[in-house]
Design a binder for this molecule. Structure first.
Ligand code: BES
Ligand code: ZN
Ligand code: ZN
Length: 497
């Protein structure tokens, strides 16, 4: 689906396509719509009057108008009172689904935003476009024949008085959503294809695509990591036929600033649980256990494509948690890159091991000013928050509040959960234990990670419940992988420099 922009002139709209407009709950026609209505002998008004549509926020109503100038009319409600950009994102999702289901091929969007929204038209339009693009994404590369069906909605034209300003913004939206869709692809891909090598290839391809923007890629393999003593990460990947990898993606887009942020993603390409084997039902979704690394890659792509004025190092720890003779065992004691020793309480609590070493390494080598990690880390976080919020844990209130604000703005919402030493898993034989706890397990994982944050301002995002549409409430906006993290991280990094 492509989006083009034109001036606010209805004669430029694609005739025989559908016409979409926004109204508040009073369903009043103003501006272009009023004119269009008059031109068609109050045709629009007559159709609107014959329905029960109430113009509620983000709701979409569609009428087929076979004898009119436009094949369909779509009305998007803005309800009463202020709207947020998330309301418009949701409206974009709903509008795509409705129009596409009706076989609409061309959609003209009249960008006159009712006053009650109190939104800038370009902000509203960009969020609406985000929703359209998120809904238009499909993971269909393994479908053939009848099952592979193209979307009908292929072209969207936005008619807007602020068309020049909108053009610049939509290019940024495109870059953002392309980054998010890359993350979604990586998560949706099956584990027989999405292995650490694929992550390396994806990163290197990005490095080539954005070499002009200065995106630099470095990859560590098992040999280098063994020398470095990254034994926690290596232990997790040891039973896999795929080599474990650490991918480092460096983008220095702001030469005028010294500030560097590091973002580390959990890339467990598949999590069987290891010798603490997951039961079949829990293992089923574990191809998505690399959602954090996928988000980091999507984020780097988006930042580079947006030529963002930020300095960011993205790190992906990519391993497969498998079983064989060489696999790590419960009760093993491992010395981490940081020197702290860890008793393996559970081989299924592997994400914190991968992240711990990846965080220590990047802090040691690059001395970033702040660090964020993002991971499908605990079932406990999914139990606590379902699919509407990811968990955020932080040692820094300012940073946490800024991330939460970015989450509210971008619709990838974060809810703060506690870190407290009382949650730490006990051990008598090592410095730390990677085990979980029957209660408060998301905090137990966060307390473990705290040991590897180098005392920097740090935030940990647990995205276990929000990465994949599933049976948890609140994450069914899109099908399959959501690419959660790309939007909130890009916004946070770009607005807090
Ligand atoms: N990858 C899982 C967490 C997960 C669960 C992500 C459900 C997405 C959906 C993680 O590695 C894991 O297995 N965690 C265990 C920790 C426990 C063994 C201490 C968990 O949450 O049960
Ligand atoms: Zn696990
Ligand atoms: Zn895992």
């Amino acid at each position: 689906m492509s989006i083009t922009i034109s001036t606010a002139d209805l004669s430029l709209a694609k005739k025989s396509g559908a016409l979409l407009f926004f109204t508040d709950s009073k369903l009043k026609f103003t501006g272009l719509l009023n004119k269009a209505d008059k031109d068609t002998g109050n045709h629009l008004k007559t159709i609107m009057d014959a329905t029960k549509f109430k113009g509620a926020k983000s709701s979409v109503c569609l009428w087929a108008t076979p004898h009119a100038e436009f094949s369909h009319l779509l009305c998007v409600g803005t309800g009463e009172g202020k709207n947020t950009v998330s309301d418009f994102r949701k409206a974009g999702l709903n509008a795509f689904k409705k129009a596409n289901a009706e076989g609409v091929e061309n959609l003209n969007v009249v960008l006159e935003i009712p006053k009650n929204t109190k939104l800038d038209v370009v902000d509203a339009a960009a969020a609406f476009a985000e929703g359209l693009k998120a809904a238009a994404y499909k993971f269909d590369r393994f479908l053939t024949g009848e099952k592979k069906k193209e979307s009908s909605l292929k072209k969207v034209k936005m008619l807007c008085t602020e068309h020049k300003r909108l053009k610049g913004r939509l290019a940024l939206t495109d870059a953002l959503m392309d980054g998010q869709n890359l993350a979604r692809d990586l998560v949706n891909l099956p584990p027989n294809i999405a292995n650490p090598d694929l992550m390396v290839k994806t990163a290197k391809d990005l490095g080539k695509e954005f070499s002009k923007e200065g995106l630099k890629i470095k990859v560590l393999g098992e040999k280098e990591m063994t020398k470095l003593g990254m034994n926690m990460l290596l232990a997790v990947g040891r039973a896999s036929k795929y080599e474990s990898r650490l991918i480092i993606m460096k983008y220095m887009g702001d030469k005028s600033s010294d500030k560097v942020s590091a973002v580390v993603g959990k890339g467990v390409m598949f999590d069987t649980g290891g010798y603490c084997l997951k039961p079949g039902a829990s293992m089923a979704g574990m191809k998505a256990d690399m959602g954090g690394a996928a988000a980091v890659m999507g984020m780097m792509k988006a930042l580079a494509a947006r030529k963002a004025k930020v300095n960011v190092i993205g790190v992906c720890g990519c391993v497969v948690n498998m079983i064989d003779e060489d696999g790590f065992l419960p009760s093993d004691i491992i010395t981490s890159y940081s020197g702290k020793t860890v008793e393996i309480g559970n081989t299924d609590a592997e994400g914190r091991l991968v992240l711990g070493d990846a965080m220590s390494y990047i802090i040691d080598k690059e001395s970033p000013d702040e660090i964020i990690d993002i991971a499908t880390l605990t079932g406990a976080c999914m139990v606590a928050l379902g699919g509407s919020y990811a968990g955020i844990f932080s040692n820094n209130d300012k940073m946490a509040n800024r991330l939460i604000a970015s989450g509210d703005k971008t619709g990838e919402r974060l809810w703060r959960l506690p870190i407290d030493d009382a949650y730490a898993a006990p051990t008598k034989v090592a410095d730390l234990n990677n085990n979980g706890a029957p209660y408060g397990g998301a905090s137990t994982a966060a307390v473990f990670l705290k040991n590897f944050n180098g005392d920097l301002p740090w935030s940990h995002l647990d995205i276990a419940g929000v990465g994949m549409a599933g049976k948890v409430p609140g994450n069914a906006d899109v099908e399959g992988a959501s690419g959660f993290g790309v939007r909130v991280l890009v916004d946070y990094l770009e607005t807090n420099k």
